[in-house]
Design a protein. Structure first.
Length: 316
């Protein structure tokens, strides 16, 4: 799947089809990947190169939006087959790419070794000399095409987005939320929801990052979950409204509950109701069971992220 601007969508096949994307940007015989998926996604990246008429020696850059494993777990494996590429990552994320031991340990504690192997494969380090730290405003040059890295915290403090002026597009990772194609209307109108997964969700920072993307007046945003969306101004408004609603309901529920377990259960129920209501306003005709089947995992993660955010604020 490609655009006139040399942008190719890669379905990383993480968990299921059309759930997690990476991107290949091709420019005058040179290439850059944005995000890598997991180690299991390596064949899809190589196939995308072949489809674009390129080889592994033509890749100059691998740019990570952040180091969560569904975005960056395959970075080490991919870099090992790209002889000329350098890895671009937020300064906060760079140490985890050079030495992924903490990433592996944290995820293994949550998922267990068997699930780690099934979902992510082997998480390999990247040579320190091939890692480029990208602070706010860092520009990656791809055959003369400028790809500007923007510091966009909120989903994670090590998150960056990529502004591609040539296509007037932003590669947003998780900053511009989740937009599953199953929620598109018959005419293709998309819907979007925030992702507040643990452990660094910060609603005010996320709203600021969304507004920063909007200020660029992009024609398109390429989200990881899943694909290209337009109608950016409307979607940004939807995201900001949902983030603010999520923070408000989290504060209210926290004040009303006496245990973490009760709070988590109520957060999940309140989030499910919020998204169901927003999807109804969007015009979706999917029933509650179909909606739950699509976003039950996201509701769980968002409730966890809100809980971590509430508890961190109490300790501050």
């Amino acid at each position: 799947m490609s655009s006139p601007h040399g942008i190719h969508l890669i379905d990383t096949l993480y968990q299921q089809p059309r759930f997690c994307a990476a991107y290949l940007i091709a420019e005058r015989g040179r290439a850059a990947f944005v995000d890598t998926g997991t180690a299991h996604s390596l064949p899809q990246h190589l196939a995308a190169l072949e489809d674009a008429g390129l080889g592994v020696e033509d890749v100059d850059w691998v740019i990570l939006t952040h180091v969560h494993l569904d975005h960056a777990g395959g970075a080490g494996a991919l870099m090992r087959v790209l002889p000329n590429a350098r890895l671009v990552v937020h300064p906060r994320g760079a140490p985890h790419m050079v030495d992924p031991a903490r990433l592996i340990a944290g995820a293994t504690a949550v998922y267990g070794e068997a699930e780690m192997a099934r979902s992510y494969g082997e998480i390999l380090p990247v040579e320190a000399g091939r890692v480029v730290e990208a602070p706010d405003g860092h520009v990656v040059e791809l055959a003369g095409r400028r790809l500007e890295c923007l510091d966009t915290p909120g989903h994670a403090r090590h998150h960056l987005c990529v502004w591609d002026a040539a296509s007037r597009s932003v590669f947003s990772g998780d900053t511009f939320g989740l937009s599953y194609r199953e929620f598109d209307l018959a005419d293709g109108t998309p819907w979007v929801m925030p992702t507040s997964s643990p452990v660094q969700f910060e609603p005010e920072a996320l709203v600021a990052s969304i507004r920063r993307i909007l200020a660029l007046d992009p024609g398109s945003v390429y989200v990881t979950h899943y694909g290209r969306v337009g109608d950016v101004r409307r979607l940004a408004g939807e995201l900001v409204g949902q983030v603010e609603a999520m923070a408000a309901l989290a504060r209210r529920i926290d004040a009303e509950t006496g245990s973490v377990g009760e709070r988590h259960a109520r957060l999940k129920a309140a989030l499910a109701a919020l998204y169901l209501d927003r999807l109804g306003a969007h015009g979706s005709t999917l029933d509650a069971d179909a909606i739950d089947a699509q976003i039950a995992g996201d509701i769980e993660l968002n409730a966890q992220g809100l809980g971590v955010w509430l508890d961190r604020a109490k300790r501050a």
